[in-house]
Design a protein around this ligand. Structure first.
Ligand SMILES: C[S@@+](CC[C@H](N)C(=O)[O-])C[C@H]1O[C@@H](n2cnc3c(N)ncnc32)[C@H](O)[C@@H]1O
Length: 183
């Protein structure tokens, strides 16, 4: 068989295997994620809310469902903060771990964030699914310290009044990013 056929078969097979791994990893955690798939926020959107939420060196940012950890890395690079991500999807978790190698102040935890203690967090970021936002509001109200900032991508947190709503320019979808401050 000519070499190009082998190359084609290997590339197509690899892409298929990656897709299957994504489907499997996503399906396995659906009862926990309740519909929040492993989809990443665009870098333009992350840049926009990181700029809108200045942080001091040493403060703690937590991403509830951190995907590949890009928000953690971008916020850390910008403000030298400590960044913690919770992620249950194995594929997302492994990708986040690999991409964050060498970052000393980034911690990726393969854990369900519903059992996380968020009392030390200065900024909490979430990009989840509408069905969980009401339950998340209750957790954040009970857990967060006064003055903590919440960044909610795409979906509002019921019971909170946003202090700002961003519509980052230059993004493919101009879905809102809601910023809240706890009282
Ligand atoms: C839409 S993605 C967002 C990823 C990342 N925050 C970003 O904006 O690029 C949501 C992620 O949350 C994770 N997730 C959902 N519920 C979770 C839970 N209870 N504990 C940990 N991770 C969760 C999913 O596996 C998924 O990777």
């Amino acid at each position: 068989m000519p070499a190009w056929i082998w190359i084609f078969v290997i590339i197509t097979g690899s892409l298929f295997a990656i897709k299957m791994a994504y489907v499997l990893c996503t399906a396995m955690v659906l009862p926990t994620t309740q519909g929040a798939l492993f989809v990443s926020t665009s870098r333009a959107r992350i840049r926009a809310f990181i700029k809108a939420v200045p942080m001091k060196t040493g403060e703690i940012l937590v991403d509830l469902g951190c995907g590949d950890g890009r928000i953690l890395r971008q916020a850390h690079k910008c403000y030298r903060i400590k960044a913690i991500g919770y992620e249950v999807n194995l594929m997302a978790y492994l990708k986040a771990r690999v991409l964050s190698l060498g970052f000393k102040n980034i911690e990726i935890r393969r854990r369900n964030f519903w059992s996380a203690n968020l009392s030390e967090a200065d900024v909490v970021v979430c990009y989840l699914y509408p069905d969980v936002m009401k339950k998340l509001s209750a957790k954040l109200k009970a857990n967060l310290k006064p003055g903590a900032v919440i960044v909610a991508c795409n979906f509002m947190l019921p019971g909170f009044e946003p202090s700002r709503v961003l519509h980052p320019a230059g993004t493919l979808h101009s879905d809102p990013v809601y910023i809240y401050r706890t009282g």
